[in-house]
Design a protein. Sequence first.
Length: 335
Amino acid sequence: MLIRYIAKRLLYLVPILIGVTFITFAVAQVIPGDPARMAAGPHARPEQVETIRKEYGLDKPWPVQYWRYLNRLARGDLGKSIQSFRPVAEDLREFFPATVELTVFAVILTVVVGVPLGVISAVRKGRSIDHLMRVMAMTGVSMPTFWLGLLLQLVFYRLLGWFPSGGRLDTFVTPPPAYTGLYLVDSLLARDWTAFGNALVHLVLPGVTLAYSSLAMMARMTRSSMLETLREDYIRTARAKGLAEAVVIYKHALRNALIPVVTVVGLQFGYLLAGTFMVETIFSWPGMGLYALRSVMSLDFPALMGAVLIATLVYVLINLLVDVTYALLNPQLRY
């Protein structure tokens, strides 16, 4: 049943991607400006602009442009960037790993800190740690990401000098061999501890900025789910049997409380992946969010389409992975 469910969900992926490409393409057409003029430069002659327009098919009606795009997409061709003059797939292979590394770091930080905080807050309901967690959750939900990023830069870079202000590595550090594009993984594979430590330090400020609001939401969700689970009859039965409180909390209550939390983790991964453009801009992080933002500013529609397509694909696959994880946490679940 699970295999059939996964296959069915993967089939649904095709119309979803087509719908996303259509909406993105249609919205891009109503943006004022001339991509060919932007690519040619302000001092280009009209014939040069026209040459670029014909090269990228911008002289055709937009339904024809979209049909050609779908034909290329069916062959795995994401088109050619108007600004970099490189295939979009090559650009994404260069920028996407940085976004994945930042997002995964933020998700790990969210789970490692948010879930224990929620558990402690639920177990010690009404005490100081519970009140402190709720204050943190309130500030995390209400604090703008750009403001938090600038504040962290001011305190930990400008005043204290503990962390760098941006980038993935210092200029004097040689990047590790590009096995995966993830600096932490590549430096471990190459046993380059200097690059590993430097890449990890550069991840801290943007990772905390990206994770803070999700961390607060994760703690609130875990607390709420734990409080509901701790009121169940089987928890009272486990305590009546004389089981240690740690066993009751972590083996019986937490496992069942994690089911709705897993949903939040999956949704937050997609949210963080889509929301990196603000953090990447503040911290000069060379990822897909910054790439998409520059594509919008330069009217580079092929690059923008590729970035949106990849983000949608990852988001849908992550949600599928979340649904499959339900079956591992709750074997009684049937699809």
